[in-house]
Write a protein that binds this ligand. Structure first.
Ligand code: XBP
Ligand code: MG
Length: 248
């Protein structure tokens, strides 16, 4: 098995996956329509189009994104006394709409993701998830797109508000390393965005980036590889890139 051949460098022990934009195109096909459905349901006249959403993605986390939108794009909106309550309610509604979209099958895996996960499991690699999205969203996506029991394939699913600071802060990756008791150099992270890469690299984890329409053109300095998707990527490629990193 390819993994075993690289005994002269720190052996690759685990793949840590981002979720949004990496496993599936969840931003465009899941989160964006779910935000708009929540606004409409609440009687708010806010409509985010794909271009605006691309700008809003600079802020990770759904609640944080709603707050940022109000401050930056709705300066005349009179904040209600319980603004935090409104944000929380909108976000709960958004999550409900997102989950319905996942259950309807609207969010297939991106090319190559399934094969890579299958290869990694066959090779005995450990699998983890490091994401800013809500934990329920991850569970639903994994069940719907991989297999009903696929949550069990991941040793740890680290998600959402479990850490104080979301990506680009490295907190979620530090959390994963601590909980899985792994050194950063024995892991490889898979990310899709500049914010995600900043987080994984700040935690010292070698990272491969697969871009999407929202993230193409962002700053990916420091990545092991930057790819249009994972369609042509096998576990052997990841092991080779990871070994190369360890030899630098
Ligand atoms: C993903 C995100 C998430 C989702 C929304 O970033 O920013 O916030 O857009 O999820 P990354 P919630 O892929 O870098 O982890 O609304 O559940 O927060
Ligand atoms: Mg992402």
């Amino acid at each position: 098995m390819a993994v075993r051949r690289y005994t002269d460098v720190m052996e690759l022990a685990a793949l840590i996956f981002d979720v949004d934009g990496t496993l599936a195109d969840t931003e465009r096909d899941g989160h964006l329509p779910a935000f708009n459905a929540a606004f409409s349901e609440a009687g708010l006249p806010w409509v985010w189009d794909e271009r605006l959403y691309g700008e809003l993605l600079a802020v990770t986390g759904g609640k944080e994104r709603i707050r940022h939108y109000c401050e930056r794009f709705q300066p005349n909106y009179a904040l209600p006394p319980d603004f935090e309550g409104l944000v929380a309610a909108l976000h709960r509604s958004k999550t409900r709409h997102y989950l319905a979209r996942v259950d309807s099958g609207a969010l297939p895996l991106r090319p190559g993701v399934r094969r890579l996960i299958d290869e990694a499991r066959a090779a005995g690699l450990r699998l983890g998830i490091a994401t800013t999205t809500t934990a329920d969203n991850v569970s639903a996506l994994i069940r719907a797109s991989l297999a009903p029991e696929a949550e069990d394939w991941f040793e740890l699913i680290a998600a959402g508000d479990i850490v104080p600071a979301k990506k680009p802060a490295p907190d979620i990756y530090h959390y994963v390393l601590a909980r899985m008791d792994l050194p950063a150099g024995a892991c490889l992270a898979l990310e899709d965005s500049g914010n995600g890469l900043a987080a994984s690299l700040a935690a010292g984890i070698p990272t491969v980036v697969s871009v999407n329409d929202y993230t193409r053109g962002q700053d990916f300095q420091g990545a092991l590889a930057v790819l249009p998707d994972l369609a042509a990527v096998g576990l052997g490629d990841l092991v080779r890139w990871h070994g190369h990193h360890a030899n630098l």
